[in-house]
Design a protein around this ligand. Structure first.
Ligand SMILES: C[S@@+](CC[C@H](N)C(=O)[O-])C[C@H]1O[C@@H](n2cnc3c(N)ncnc32)[C@H](O)[C@@H]1O
Length: 344
């Protein structure tokens, strides 16, 4: 890339950052949903629809339209084309609004991470929890893909869950996956386990609102997972690489499976090598999330700082060390993830 082209790319990066911030604002204030649901609008019409201040909405539309997210119709109205709304509106996994919000929250913690670069150490999970729930993007991913995508990819698992199984969701966060499993598989007993009390409180509130009697949540450290009661199915969605001692937790998981049990580990799809990740369009954002969240939270807890980009080879080696000898690696319904299936 020559100097001029690289300069243009740097300008585009700044534009992307600014637009990401404004996408987060548009997502949370309902501007995209208002534009998608009711069609082309002037700034006043869109502000009225969303119940917002027109002066600010006009400036937001200025950035959105010159940035290419909205289009300007001949009558001066602002249009969010359906092909754009797929990525900006609606409670669906393709909506990047929640991910924009996540990046904004990580920005808020970046001064603390910056200090870690100088002094070492980490940033405790509580610093992130104080900014509010971070898992909205995963909620939509679970709504769209949990049953048919992640679980459906595993041979025989859907039938087993429908027949009734004892399931543990380890590192369940705010519990949406566990609650969806409880609703979809009423004969199964689901336990969600997480270290974070505020996440478990949200999980329990959602369970109660969904009226589920086959789901329970516990605040516990996965490092203390006991072999009894044994589980038929253990799931870990985006949770193993964040553990203080991932290898130890995998051994605990292996020991907590009943004979014939299955472990489904959904984790980040990476190679473990920066050189091999070069062509992956998702890699830079995933490394950034790893830097701003996964590594500092692990190091703050005295962990290994494994990071999200540990890669398939390291994951398979750690699974093998834990006693999962013959692990299947399946594609996930989204390219950022991969599904590891260990059976005993
Ligand atoms: C990236 S979040 C994923 C949460 C959830 N599975 C989801 O997809 O929304 C990782 C979760 O692992 C939990 N966690 C980290 N270390 C843990 C430990 N030692 N024991 C239990 N949970 C832990 C964190 O509290 C956090 O909720």
């Amino acid at each position: 890339m020559d100097t001029a082209a690289f300069g243009a790319r740097m300008r585009d990066l700044l534009t992307g950052h600014a637009l990401t911030t404004l996408i987060g604002i548009g997502h949370r204030t309902g501007l995209f949903d208002a534009a998608a649901a009711q069609g082309p609008a002037t700034s006043s019409e869109l502000a009225d629809r969303a119940g917002l201040d027109e002066r600010y909405v006009r400036e937001w539309l200025g950035a959105m339209t010159t940035g290419g997210l909205f289009e300007l119709a001949d009558d001066g109205r602002f249009v969010l084309p359906e092909s754009h709304a797929v990525f900006l509106a609606g409670a669906r996994a393709s909506n990047i609004g929640p991910s924009a919000g996540l990046l904004q929250r990580l920005d808020a913690v970046s001064p603390q991470v910056e200090r870690c670069l100088v002094d070492g150490g980490g940033v405790p999970y509580a610093a992130y929890a104080a900014l509010g729930p971070m898992g909205e993007h995963w909620r939509h991913i679970y709504d769209d893909h949990l049953v048919s995508g992640f679980l459906g990819a595993v041979d025989g698992l859907d039938a087993r869950l429908r027949a009734g199984a004892r399931v543990l969701d380890l590192g369940c966060g705010s519990g949406h996956a566990a609650n969806l499993m409880g609703r979809e598989y009423p004969r199964s007993e689901i336990t969600g386990l997480d270290l974070a009390p505020e996440a478990i409180a949200q999980a329990e509130a959602e369970r109660a609102a969904m009226g589920l009697s086959n789901v329970a949540f516990v605040v516990a450290d996965a490092a203390d997972l006991a072999p009894e009661p044994a589980h038929d199915v253990i799931t870990a969605f985006d949770a193993v690489h964040d553990q203080q001692d991932p290898a130890g937790v995998l051994r605990r998981i292996r020991a907590a499976l009943a004979p014939g049990g299955v472990f489904v580990m959904v984790d980040v799809n990476s190679t473990g090598s920066i050189a091999d990740d070069l062509g992956d369009p998702n890699a830079a954002v995933l490394y950034a999330i790893s830097l701003l969240f996964c590594v500092p939270t692990s190091l703050a807890a005295g962990g290994t700082g494994l990071g999200a980009m540990w890669g398939r080879e390291a994951a398979l080696a750690m699974l093998a060390d834990a006693g999962f000898d013959d692990v299947e690696v399946l594609p996930a319904p989204r390219p950022q993830n991969v599904v590891y299936v260990g059976r005993i």
